[in-house]
Ligand binder design. Structure first.
Ligand SMILES: [Zn+2]
Length: 291
């Protein structure tokens, strides 16, 4: 899954996801004037020593296997192709981290998929995001655009990534937007069912607690009920996010989760003066893989 924790890896195996990904992409595009979207992960995999990418039923999203000094990556073929792309990029991340580690202290024979190590997983997620959504391409395509949840879906299709992955990347690069994924359910230990924060992606300095009940509930409920994208200026009281803000909300496809989920985008660029009562109907929710 996409990790929400960004902690530092021990200094001995320090790896900088952005620079590692940038040097791979540079090597891939050497001799070309323009980079091409979607990024060709199969080419990148070959470049870093992967001999085969095998898609088959798996109990996990993917894994990296050492085979005679080279590597094979297996992916669960039941997942959406965009999700498989993120997993492939994540496994390439494992390979890069393992190589870096091997340079410092231990041999590649010791390679293990450390799925229980959240630090390692967050580094591999970050490498995956940098490979699939290079900063330069995000800035070039999204930098001038006034983003909406509809335009974000179109960009997600262009990059062939899930909406959640792109939302997280947007908050890493720009500081004008925050995203909250609401999921209908209970807080652990509580009986009250409501839309609650499942995850959030925010620029540095903004904190939204997990499991907080939804505000503004009305727009989230309406968007879920009518399967449309709605915009409103709403009073927020979400962790450090307070006061009237322009928000948009859209329902997400069911995916692997049976509970209704709604993605909300908050515009942070300027504080609004007043709250609006009615919703602007921003159109039908385009199908787009969400997670
Ligand atoms: Zn992993």
């Amino acid at each position: 899954m996409i990790s929400r924790h960004r902690k530092s890896w021990p200094a001995a195996v320090e790896i900088h996801p952005a620079s590692e990904a940038a040097s791979i992409l540079q090597a891939l595009h050497r001799g070309c004037n323009t980079s091409v979207l979607p990024v060709s992960l199969e080419q990148i995999a070959q470049l870093v020593g992967v001999v085969r990418v095998i898609r088959k039923p798996l109990r996990r999203s993917g894994r990296l296997l050492p085979v005679n000094g080279r590597y094979v990556i297996e992916l669960d073929d039941s997942e959406h192709p965009f999700r498989q792309r993120f997993t492939l990029a994540h496994e390439i991340g494992h390979l890069l981290v393992a190589r870096k580690a091997a340079e410092v202290s231990f041999s590649q024979n010791g390679l293990v998929h450390c799925s229980l190590d959240p630090h390692l997983e967050s580094i591999c997620d970050s490498i995956a995001a940098n490979l699939l959504m290079p900063r330069q391409e995000i800035e070039r395509r999204l930098g001038d655009a006034s983003l909406s949840l509809n335009s974000l879906s179109l960009f997600a299709k262009e990059f062939q990534v899930t909406l959640s992955a792109l939302a997280i990347r947007v908050t890493e690069i720009f500081d004008e937007y925050a995203f909250v994924l609401w999921k209908y359910g209970r807080r652990p230990g509580s009986a009250r069912i409501a839309f609650r924060v499942h995850w959030s992606a925010t620029p540095r300095g903004i904190f939204i607690p997990k499991h907080d009940a939804c505000q503004p509930e009305c727009v989230v409920e309406a968007t879920c009920k009518h399967r449309r994208i709605y915009g409103v200026i709403a009073e927020l009281d979400l962790g450090s996010l307070r006061g009237p803000h322009r928000v948009q909300a859209r329902p997400l496809s069911p995916g692997r989760s049976p509970e209704p989920r709604v993605l909300m985008m908050v515009h942070l660029d300027r504080q609004e003066q007043r709250v609006t009562s009615g919703f602007s109907d921003l159109g039908e929710s385009e199908p787009c893989p969400s997670e």
